[in-house]
Design a protein around this ligand. Structure first.
Ligand code: HEC
Length: 183
């Protein structure tokens, strides 16, 4: 009987030691030796400056804070066949679900969410190119943003340039195309 108890105690002691050693080992001074070398650690010292003419990998950031501030922006992208083609593709991918392929708010969900006709005077004449770009960038009341993630439940799926291509298509391609289609 006594022998059995002794044996059990010994086994318990071995088990406890086995459990305790690894956790204590993490705190031993030599466990960080490998890290403390004469090398430059992350965030240590002055950062190497970016090479001249670098641009952020995400493209040129949006410099205006909201749609109001975008109203007078000047469209930097010329209306070329290439730009209209890009704008048309993007329009069909990103805008047509709600505004219709023709822009005339004739998609199956247009009426349900109140998407507007983009071919009428309200958009074609009264809205500045900056305002259109701002609407795509920041979203509108229901419409999501395409230049600012999280804004209006939106994303930054479209780069600055891509949004201008869509503006070019809205103002210079959409209506013409709709007229041709209606003939
Ligand atoms: C999820 C549906 C949806 C998508 C996708 C969408 N829109 Fe809209 N859009 C709306 C709705 C709804 C309105 C009207 C209510 C509002 O202003 O939010 C609107 C309004 C607009 C307006 C008028 C803004 C104003 O000042 O009255 C423009 C311009 C516009 N959209 C352009 C676009 C373009 C360009 C795209 C593609 C990049 C697009 N929309 C994608 C739903 C959408």
């Amino acid at each position: 009987m006594k022998r059995a108890t002794n044996h059990l105690m010994k086994r318990t002691a071995v088990l406890l030691t086995a459990l305790a050693v690894p956790s204590a080992a993490l705190a031993w001074p030599w466990s960080q030796d490998m890290m403390n070398q004469p090398s430059i650690k992350p965030q240590e010292g002055a950062m190497t400056p970016f090479p001249a003419r670098s641009i952020p990998v995400m493209g040129i950031p949006t410099k205006v804070a909201n749609r109001e501030e975008s109203r007078d922006l000047v469209n930097p992208i010329a209306v070329t066949a290439a730009s209209l083609k890009k704008g048309r593709n993007l329009f069909r991918i990103y805008c047509s679900a709600c505004h219709g392929l023709t822009g005339k708010a004739d998609s199956p969900v247009s009426g349900k969410i109140g998407a507007i006709d983009l071919t009428d005077d309200y958009v074609q004449t009264s809205m500045s190119e900056g305002w259109l770009w701002g609407t795509i960038t920041f979203g509108s009341y229901v419409m999501p943003a395409y230049g600012v993630p999280g804004e209006q439940g939106g994303s930054n799926d479209l780069s600055v340039e891509e949004r201008w291509h869509v503006v070019n298509y809205l103002k210079n391609g959409l209506v013409k195309e709709t007229q041709v289609a209606a003939k």
